[in-house]
Design a protein around this ligand. Sequence first.
Ligand code: GLP
Length: 241
Amino acid sequence: MKIIKAKDYEDMSRKAANIISAQVILKPDCVLGLATGSTPIGAYKQLAAWYKKGDVDFAEVSTYNLDEYRGLSHDDPQSYHYFMRENFFDHINIDLNNTHVPDGSNPDAAAACSEYDKIVAAAGYPDLQLLGIGNNGHIGFNEPDDHFSKGTHCVDLTESTIQANSRLFDSIDDVPRQAYTMGTQTIMYARMILVVANGEAKAQAVHDMCYGPVTPKCPASILQLHTNCVVVADEAALSLC
Ligand code: GLP
């Protein structure tokens, strides 16, 4: 694991965007694994600004998102489909047909998950997988558990995740209780992993990810075993490291 200390959120976002844009410049038809949550928004903004200036071109890029709430349609403003368009895809020249998010509107969890696994495998897995980290060490929606997950599957969100994500909903009762998420094994297939984290609330999770035991109790800890994993985090998120 390579740990890069950023001064603050802006600096973290710029550094992460630099790494992603280098990937796109080196391989214009690369496969990017993308993440939602508030942490990567600054990197998406920076990439969109560089696209506008003509510095980076997404015409041939394809993307696969980590997860989606179960039961939300693509145009639901709380869905991750919607989030990706609003925060990134609508501001760059990506072909929307080349963007993929698990289909939360499909109530058949087994079908939705196996369909997603097939398309991610057919794409050859991401060249670069961007990840945020939950306060409890989750990646995607792979929550603390007694085993690491494999492919895309349906998860029951933990109370702490429902609580943490409720800030983006009108009320906690509106937060879906389940999600479809890429599995840990699939995440590990990416050729490079880039984790972004900021703020004190993430300090324990970042410490456990980087220096704790490799255990499914902290799903992000498995990233210690990836041969090309870069963590870009601000001083507050690294304060326990
Ligand atoms: C959600 C997402 C994760 C994300 C996490 C942290 O649970 N499924 O992919 O990493 O939130 O979100 P934030 O970046 O808003 O702290």
